[in-house]
Design a protein around this ligand. Structure first.
Ligand code: NCD
Length: 316
């Protein structure tokens, strides 16, 4: 395990190990506060982000390491025409691990092929977002107690939403997952995901347009925003942006133990009145994101759980 570009770069065992380590970190945060002392994370963000970049940075700081980087393409040499490969080659000299977000599908993969430090894909265009997937898995594991035998509804922009593509790809690897894909016709999951992921994985899935018809069947409702920046024209965005607005009225038909997830940012698709409902887990989900990134970076940097070992030695 060296880079994380696609969730399936990790075996199920490796994912399980990362989630278990995240659980240990959550249970005893101070025990991990020095494990990355002297390590540097470079966050190379060519596209806007709040949670992903800040949670990566917070994660490295909480491990005792440090961070450097940029948060927009305009402030990097990309604006002068530098290639992703060259930027990565240079940053490799300054940092121990890279988290990269880029509007072009495949950019983090290109970076990873040009350096010998770990590269983490922090979102590439409409393609994949594997650390959001790890965040979602930790949330599901903690809140539902299992990563199998679940009915999950994905709702909103399933065409451009990379968090959706990534999570579907990963969940196809677990048994007993039923997918209900809720979107307008124009924003359905792309054919390549249907053919190469859902069909190939023999997944149980169906596509519907109305949330009300299926909400009562769901264990998890994964809401997403309509991805304005990936639309070709503003008119289509304006027509589709409010296709689904989850409010208390729609929730009336849902299970009492439904888990409502959202990778955030939210625009209009979840009414703020829902935030108070105990089924709304999206802010907690953002917090899980920091812990799972701490665990991931420890694994990719091959950092031992030093303090624990030292403590255990002292006791022994
Ligand atoms: C998502 C992303 O960037 O793909 N945000 C995130 O990382 N939590 C979702 C989105 O932008 O809609």
């Amino acid at each position: 395990m060296k880079h994380l570009i696609d969730p399936t770069d990790l075996t199920l065992q490796e994912i399980d190990d990362i989630l278990s380590l995240a659980e240990r970190i959550m249970a005893d945060r101070s025990a991990y506060s020095e494990v990355a002392r002297g390590k540097k994370l470079a966050t190379l963000f060519f596209e806007p982000s709040t949670r992903t970049r800040l949670s990566f940075e917070a994660a490295m700081l909480e491990l005792g390491g440090s961070v450097l980087g940029f948060s927009e393409a305009a402030s990097s040499s990309a604006s002068k025409g530098e290639s992703v490969a060259d930027t990565a080659r240079v940053v490799e000299k300054y940092a121990d691990i890279i988290a990269m977000r880029h509007p072009k599908e495949g950019a983090p993969l290109v970076a990873s092929m040009n350096v010998s430090i770990p590269v983490i894909n922090a979102g590439d265009g409409g393609h994949l977002h594997p650390t959001q997937t790890l965040t979602d898995l930790l949330t599901i594991q903690e809140e539902c107690g299992r990563l199998k035998d679940l009915t999950i509804g994905f709702c909103g922009d399933l065409k451009f939403g990379r968090t959706v593509h990534s999570l579907i790809k990963q969940l196809c690897r677990y048994p007993g997952i039923h997918f209900i894909l809720i979107s307008p016709l124009e924003l359905r999951v792309p054919d390549y995901i249907k053919e190469e992921v859902l069909d190939r994985g023999n997944a149980d899935y169906r596509e519907v347009e109305r949330m009300e018809d299926v909400i009562g069947k769901l264990d998890i409702l994964y809401m997403t925003r309509v991805q304005r920046e990936r639309f070709f024209n503003e008119e289509d965005y304006l027509r589709l942006k409010d296709s689904y607005i989850l409010d208390m009225q729609k929730l009336a038909g849902a299970k009492a133990d439904l888990k409502i997830l959202h990778p955030l940012p939210r625009v209009n698709e979840i009414s703020v009145e829902v935030d108070k409902d105990p089924r709304a887990l999206y802010f907690k989900q953002a917090e899980y994101g920091k812990f799972v990134r701490m665990a991931l970076m420890m694994k990719l940097l091959d950092l031992p759980e030093r303090q624990k070992e030292v403590a255990a030695d002292a006791e022994g």
